[in-house]
Design a binder for this molecule. Structure first.
Ligand SMILES: Nc1ncnc2c1ncn2[C@@H]1O[C@H](COP(=O)(O)OP(=O)(O)O)[C@@H](O)[C@H]1O
Ligand SMILES: [Mg+2]
Length: 319
């Protein structure tokens, strides 16, 4: 079960790295599916690989759509490591994670039996878990995680007074939009402060950045059919450039909604579907933005495409 195969990271992830990684030998249906188009960033990849190899706890934070969750998943896919995502957004509870007493029928009698939650199962079965949206977890959930992190993955089930020792392949990763210091702009609603003692339990904390522009563009060209020509490639580069302007605008708090890689992907596909750049832009992004911010966004659009958005053409004439 624990025999592992050593492989060079540079061979598996197309990065320039001296890292050697362990690939698990066994098939498992919980190993994520490989996305062949995935692009691995060296630093993030090495950090995540250290998590897998040395059982380090790795926390990835960064803006939405920067590829935090999929980065971990795609590495697990190549290491043949079973991996599940647990989304900690406001709905998941302590009982979902730990388990609860349930009434079952045994020998025609009603008895209570402890039904394990997702965490005891994962700890025992040697799975990598991704605690997604870690900064959005409820306080009762944070408490459970705190115990897990403090005890090196040992999980105490108070309900059954038992201690679960982690399987050697059990790993913990987390992703978050904030670094647990709150969100002063209210953009990531539902995020909470993370107790500093708990932040301290993460061995590796890394900020995931968006891909370099050309990489993002080639990704989109490879994923959306119709942009193979030189003109097509150029148009995608402009779309990504526009996205970059919105990301910068977001960072300096000029606007409150940015174009994530997902948005650009939608922009590119909608442009093929509707064969109209402006309509595609509206449907995939502009309609999500606040009216008060639209003049700034129109300016970004104008700068990149040298074209005014319809509603701003009129305004210009009157002015
Ligand atoms: N490096 C990358 N290579 C290929 N696709 C990527 C990359 N980074 C992000 N994506 C794509 O962007 C989308 C958002 O990624 P995701 O991991 O969900 O972001 P996050 O968890 O940071 O919000 C996914 O469809 C993913 O496949
Ligand atoms: Mg995510």
């Amino acid at each position: 079960l624990n025999s592992k195969i050593n492989i060079k990271a540079s061979d598996l992830f197309a990065i320039d790295s001296d890292f050697e990684v362990l690939v698990l030998p066994d098939e498992n249906e919980l190993v994520p599916e490989i996305d062949n188009k995935y692009f691995f960033d060296k630093h993030t990849t090495e950090a995540i690989l250290a998590g897998f190899k040395f059982n380090m706890r790795v926390l990835l934070h960064g803006l939405h759509g920067s590829g935090k969750s999929t980065h971990i998943e795609q590495i697990a896919a190549r290491l043949n490591w079973p991996c599940i995502r647990i989304n900690l957004d406001g709905h998941i509870t302590r009982t979902d994670l730990i388990g609860r007493d349930a009434i079952v029928i045994q020998n025609e009698k009603q008895v209570t039996e402890f039904k394990e939650g997702i965490l005891p199962w994962a700890v025992k079965s040697g799975i990598a878990i991704i605690l997604d949206e870690y900064d959005a977890a409820r306080p009762d959930v944070m408490f459970v995680l705190q115990r897990l992190l403090e005890n090196n993955g040992k999980l105490t089930l108070i309900d059954t007074s038992s201690v679960i020792t982690p399987h050697p392949n059990f790993r913990i990763f987390a992703t978050s939009n904030t670094i647990g210091l709150g969100d002063s702009r209210g953009i990531y609603s539902g995020t909470n402060l993370i107790n500093q003692a708990q932040m301290d339990r993460w061995n590796i904390v890394i900020n995931q950045q968006y891909l370099p522009l050309e990489k993002e563009a080639s990704l989109i060209i490879s994923k959306v059919a119709g942009y193979e020509s030189d003109a097509g490639k150029n148009l995608v580069l402009q779309m990504v450039e526009l996205a970059r302007l919105t990301r910068n605008g977001f960072t300096c708090e000029d606007i409150s909604c940015l174009m994530s890689p997902r948005t650009v992907l939608n922009f590119a596909s909608n442009n093929i579907i509707f064969n109209d750049l402006e309509i595609a832009f509206r449907l995939s992004y502009l309609n999500k933005c606040e009216d008060s911010e639209k003049p700034i966004i129109a300016e970004y659009y104008q700068r990149v495409f040298n074209q005014q958005l319809t509603e701003f053409i009129k305004e210009k004439k009157h002015a």
